[in-house]
Every structure is written in C-alpha cells, then in structure tokens.
Design a protein around this ligand. Sequence first.
Ligand SMILES: O=C(O)CCC(=O)C(=O)O
Length: 337
Amino acid sequence: MAKLPREVRTWLTEAWYREVPVEEIYRQAPFRGPSSEIDEFLQRLETSDLSEEIGELVTRIARLEWLGRVRVLSGLLDARLQRVPRFARLSPRGFIEHAVAPNRPVVLTAMMGDWKALTKWTWRFLRDTVGDAGVLVMEHRETAERYDLNVSDLSEPTTLREFIGWIQRVKHSNARYMVARNNGLASAGLKPLARDVGFFGGILDRRRLDGFVSLWVGPGGTVTPLHQDTANNLFCQVRGRKRFLLVDPANAELLRDCLSYYSDLDAERFDVKRYPYLAHVQKLEVTLGPGQALFIPAGWWHHVRSLSPSVSVSMTNFSALLDTDEASFPVPGARIF
Ligand SMILES: O=C(O)CCC(=O)C(=O)O
C-alpha cells in the first residue's frame, strides 16, 4: 500500500493526539489520501506502544503554539506593533530598548551617513577595483526546486566583473544571485571594500568582520524565500531597493510547514485555503532604499525581493554590549540537553 505523505502523517498524528473527533479528522485532513490509508494510519496510532510519549510531545507543542498565540493576540491591541518603526538614529542603549530586547524589527534611516560605500560603490567602481575577485554565485534559481535549500550545490565560481556585467545586461532576473557565501568583506578579493562601511555608532564591532559580514549582489527580481536566521542581523542597503515581508516568530504554527530554516509557504501569496491558520498571521512590509538599514531580529521570518539591481551588506558583528556570545543564539534542535 502506498504510504501517505509525511506532512499528512504528521497532521494526522497531531490531530489524533489532540483528540480531534475522527469525523473531523476525515473532514479536515489536508491533501486527503484514500480513506483506507487514513484508516490504517489511525489504527496504527491507536495501537502504538509510544502513545504516552507522543501524546506528551504533542501536548507540549500545543502549549507552545498557544503561548505564541497569546502574545500575537495581545500585540494586536497596540497599533505600534502593526508596523515596523523607523528611527533616524538610535544610540546603542536605544537600539537595545527598541530592537534587541523586545526582539522587534526596526528601520534606521540615517545611520549609514558615514558609509563611503553609498557614493563609491557604483557598478563601474566595483568592476574596476574588485572586479577580479573570485566569487561564488548561485545559478539556475529559476529552474531549481527549493533553491534556498541547495545553496552549495547551485553555487558556481566566477569573477565579480563577469557577474556585474551580467546584472547590467539583464537588470531583472532571479536566475543568478550572489548570496551570503563569500565571507563578504573579509575574503581576499573583496577586502578593499571593508574600509567603505560603518559601524552604527558602536552598535556593531569594527574588529569582527571575518565570518560576520556578508555581501549580497544581484539584479532586480531576486527572491529569497521565507526563512529564519539564528542570529540578529542588521541588513544594510547600499544600492537599489528591496522589499521585506516579516512575520513574528510568535506565530509558532509556521514551524509546521518548513524544512530546516526555510518555510514551504509563499509569503507573497499566503494560501489560506490550504493552511487555514495563515488567516491570522500578520505580515509586516518594509521597503528599504540606499542608506537605510533593517534590523531583522533572530527568529523573525523574512522574505526578500529585490525591486532593482541591488548591493546589500548584512552584518551580525554586534558589539559585546548588545549581544550574546558570537551574536548567535543556540541552534534549536541541534543540542537540547
Ligand atoms: O537580501 C536577500 O535576498 C536576503 C537577505 C537575508 O535573508 C538575510 O540577510 O538573512
């Protein structure tokens, strides 16, 4: 007998242990298979010798989802939480108060004034000064399934000069994208660019570039699907515009439909019919232009579309004052005890 897909088996297990009546299970089961297969699977659940353990885990997950929902619903009472606030500048203390401690996104509109990159990094300058740098560029993004999960396999070496030439020709495409794979401004070929960035008045640590700063270069039309990061991220836009869709991780139901840190959901078109819980999930939209920076707190879901040819720098080199060790939070699931 053909096996039910994993997501259906997971859904059935959860519904069974949440004591959803069997008629309801048959009525609601997503992407329904033949009822004989569902019958057989429910039979296996009923007779499982692990029912106590599974039941305990399902209850714990239900409780965590409920806690998240309490936070989301409570937040709806405050209009300020329905948008991403914009500040011209924040001191390190203000940044802790408005962004890091509440784990909320903010936009900083005037803190990149000391970035020489804003005037220097024209396409011509990049080609002429660091064009020979060897870089890895993701390819075949328009045809590869779930390209987000296969960054290493899809990355090919080229030079920054060749890639910029391609961007200038196509202007709009999701086929190729230089994503965070090149150890950004610390790599040998791109190092000269490091002197053109700033450190947000001490919010970031200028001594920690290696491994914590990434360069994103691509045409308009690149799409980074909905995902979570495990570190706080200050995303700085140098050229072009990007549109972000952000979702509060308190919407714990989103974890049902993901693989690793990437979601199966299309954040631009939430399919509420297939995933009814999405009806209550709020997306916050931010468009970032040159000279603006978005703080993406660890755990926040984000989907990113470039609206024009774009150069961005994402920075996780927070100063010790602002972050835990290494600006990174323990990876959930990797080591629990
Ligand atoms: O700019 C992009 O396309 C994606 C950026 C991103 O997801 C990140 O920095 O975590």
